[in-house]
Write a protein of this length. Structure first.
Length: 178
């Protein structure tokens, strides 16, 4: 029987997030991760064949956590979905900073990753479809939240006003649909 590994993929992803938070996307290398985790580069590459695979695993982890926050939202009710989306954004944005966003931007440089992201957005717009006033309001709110996310990616929200802006989006949504 082999010995139980002391370093797991999840632990390596935790360490990788710490590296990105401390030094930004460019600080994340196989060597830096190995050193921070106290293992060899080969140990890291056993878990993640390349830096691209490591970055993809981080993005998959974040999107999986975000998608889990959306579970239970009604596909038939665009307002319910967009309200959950705002809540998930509020919760996840507290963990997202410009350095983590830089990693996301580098991820999107790959055409396959952009295609996957476009497909994800198409799925969202499918859920928000229809010509009803509530569906239109839900789409506008969704686009406003995504615009806020883009602003944060670009480091525009240094003062942390984004939570107030999320409050504004929810207030307008309530007025439009209430």
């Amino acid at each position: 029987m082999g010995r139980k590994p002391t370093i797991t993929r999840d632990h390596l992803l935790d360490v990788a997030e710490g590296i990105v938070r401390a030094g930004g996307a460019s600080a994340l290398t196989i060597g830096a991760l190995a050193q921070a985790a106290g293992i060899s580069k080969g140990g890291v590459q056993y878990a993640f064949a390349s830096k691209d695979a490591l970055v993809r695993a981080l993005i998959d982890r974040w999107t999986g956590q975000f998608d889990a926050m959306l579970e239970g939202a009604s596909d038939a009710d665009p307002l319910d979905f967009v309200r959950r989306y705002i809540a998930a954004t509020r919760a996840s944005q507290q963990a997202m900073d410009a350095k983590m966003a830089g990693l996301l931007v580098s991820y999107l440089e790959d055409p396959a990753n952009r295609r996957e992201t476009r497909d994800w957005y198409r799925g969202i717009f499918d859920r928000l479809g229809g010509n009803a006033a509530q569906a239109q309001a839900a789409r506008v709110a969704f686009l406003a939240v995504e615009g806020l996310f883009l602003m944060r990616l670009n480091g525009i929200d240094e003062t942390g006003d984004w939570t107030d802006f999320l409050d504004d989006i929810e207030a307008i949504l309530d007025r439009l649909t209430g």
